[in-house]
Design a protein around this ligand. Structure first.
Ligand code: PAF
Length: 283
């Protein structure tokens, strides 16, 4: 596996792959890799001849009081994991390589980025869209894979790809891969490592409560009281607060007041100690 830390090296490594006639897949990450990321890499290998993985802890998507400094950085360990998965090229730019002095551009995707996490984390999705657009321009992948765990992020990226003609054919080239879960249902996340053993045990209430909610909705329960019961369940299980629990249209992310008319998705963000966990499931 080759590692590029400058655009020059990245471009020449990509030119080599293209000269060999290879279709390129991109798996964009912020490192601290876990099985969820490795599943994306394996899926990428199935869909293309060469896999490029980026590791970049993107300062633009962290708010002022968020965990940018504390975010786990373990490039050597991540690099060994990617090498073992047969990744061809690791793109690991520095902050200055990604955002050189004088950088002032910003990509903003309205609508899908405004509610849910967007309302709680102002500027977060602008930061994601800006860096993902840069990664697309840098790598020019034939296909790119993102985890469904970050459903709103995936929706923002899909919207941006359609709006800005990023890929050909644009919709199919952005692949969402199903969330990978622990045995008790907790979605894998680089932030799970912040949980104490007690908090980790309590965190399993999140997927459990979501499954119960989905069953209640399928049985005909009204949306608002069922979501209120979900919040109560989480608080009782040890969560400190619930940022949101919403039933939304799976594509536009507009809130749904009734279940059954459209393809729906349940999205939840809740805090346990200092850790904010998010999850989503098809309804
Ligand atoms: O999901 C992530 O790890 C990040 O938000 C991404 C897509 C790599 C952009 O920084």
């Amino acid at each position: 596996m080759q590692t590029a830390t400058t655009l020059e090296v990245l471009r020449s490594a990509l030119a080599q792959l293209r000269a060999e006639g290879k279709r390129v897949a991109l798996v964009a990450t912020m490192g601290a890799l876990h099985e969820g990321h490795l599943t994306l890499v394996r899926e990428a290998r199935r869909r293309a001849d060469a896999v490029v993985t980026s590791i970049f802890v993107n300062p633009k998507q962290f708010g002022q009081n968020e965990d940018l400094d504390a975010y786990p950085r373990q490039l050597a360990q991540d690099s060994a994991l990617l090498e073992a998965e047969g990744v061809d090229l690791l793109w690991a730019p520095t902050v200055t390589a990604m955002y050189p002095h004088g950088f002032t551009s910003n990509v903003s995707v309205s609508g899908v980025s405004e509610g849910l996490c967007g309302a709680q984390r102002p500027g977060h999705f602008d930061g994601v869209a800006t860096v993902v657009l840069k990664l697309f321009n840098q790598v020019q992948p034939d296909v790119a894979l993102f985890g469904e765990k970050d459903w709103q992020q995936l929706s923002v990226i899909r919207r941006m790809a359609r709006d800005l003609d990023l890929t050909q054919p644009h919709v199919d080239a952005i692949i969402g891969a199903p969330t990978v879960r622990e045995a008790d249902g907790l979605a894998l996340s680089s932030r799970n490592r912040y949980l104490s053993p007690e908090q980790r045990a309590q965190a399993a209430a999140l997927p459990q409560a979501m499954r119960e909610t989905i069953a209640a909705l399928a049985a005909g329960s009204a949306v608002a009281p069922t979501l209120a019961a979900l919040e109560a369940h989480l608080l009782q299980a040890g969560f400190d607060s619930v940022d949101y629990a919403q039933l939304v249209d799976a594509e536009s992310l507009t809130p749904l007041e009734m279940h059954g008319e459209r393809r729906a998705r349940l999205l939840v963000a809740a805090r346990i100690g200092g850790t904010r966990l998010i999850d989503n499931m098809a309804v």
